[in-house]
Design a protein around this ligand. Structure first.
Ligand code: HEC
Length: 168
C-alpha cells in the first residue's frame, strides 16, 4: 500500500467513526418508533382506560366523564419523568389512579407512605400497567397529544380509524 492509499484509508476510517458517533446521539434524541407509538395508543385506549376520563383526544372530555375533572393532557407542562410519576403513582386526593400495582406499597411515591385503600392513596387502576407500558403511553402522548392544540376532526378519524364517532 502506498502512502497516499494509506492516508485515504485512515481518513475514511475516521469518517466512519464520526458517523457512528453521530448516529448514536441522534438515536437518543430521536422520536420513538411508529410501532411504539401505536402500542402506546392501544394502551391509552383500552387497557389503561385513559380515554374513559381524559377523552380520546386527551383533552379531559372523557365520555363517559370521570368523577373528577380529568386534566387536559394536550396542555400539560409535565416533563417525561413527571408524566411517568403521575401515571405510576396517580394524584393523591383526586380520581387519577396509580397504574403501578406496587405504588405506595413497594415503590415509594412522592415520599408518601400509605396503605392501599388508605385515604391519601389514589384509587386503584382499572388494570395495572407495566413500566414499559407506561413508557409506551408516554411515547404516544408526546407524539400525538401533548402540545397539539385543540383536537381536530382529522385527528379524531385517525384515532378511531373511522369517521363514525367523530362530530362533523
Ligand atoms: C378515573 C379517571 C381517570 C383515569 C382512568 C385516568 N386519569 Fe389521568 N387524571 C384524572 C384526573 C381527575 C386528573 C387530574 C388530577 C388533578 O386534579 O391533579 C388526572 C391527571 C392526569 C395527569 C396529570 C396531568 C397534569 O398536567 O397535571 C396525567 C399525565 C394523566 N392523568 C394521565 C393519565 C393516563 C396516561 C391514564 C391512563 C393510563 C389516565 N390518566 C387515566 C383521571 C383519570
Amino acid at each position: 500500500m502506498n502512502r497516499q492509499t494509506f492516508s485515504a484509508l485512515v481518513t475514511s476510517m475516521f469518517a466512519l467513526l464520526a458517523t457512528g458517533a453521530k448516529l448514536q446521539s441522534a438515536r437518543a434524541a430521536d422520536p420513538p418508533s411508529e410501532s411504539r407509538v401505536a402500542v402506546g395508543k392501544e394502551l391509552f385506549k383500552s387497557k389503561g382506560s385513559c380515554v374513559f376520563c381524559h377523552g380520546w383526544a386527551g383533552d379531559g372530555g372523557g365520555n363517559p366523564h370521570s368523577p373528577g375533572n380529568a386534566s387536559n393532557l394536550r396542555r400539560t407542562q409535565l416533563s417525561r419523568a413527571q408524566l411517568f410519576e403521575v401515571v405510576s403513582c396517580g394524584r393523591p386526593g383526586t380520581a387519577m389512579p396509580h397504574f403501578n400495582a406496587y405504588a405506595y406499597v413497594e415503590d415509594p411515591c412522592y415520599g408518601i407512605e400509605g396503605s392501599p385503600g388508605g385515604r391519601i392513596v389514589p384509587p386503584n387502576p382499572p388494570r395495572p400497567l407495566q413500566p414499559r407500558e407506561i413508557d409506551a403511553i408516554i411515547d404516544y402522548l408526546q407524539a400525538k397529544v401533548i402540545g397539539k392544540g385543540p383536537p381536530t376532526r382529522a385527528e379524531c378519524i385517525e384515532f378511531f380509524m373511522e369517521p363514525g364517532p367523530c362530530a362533523d
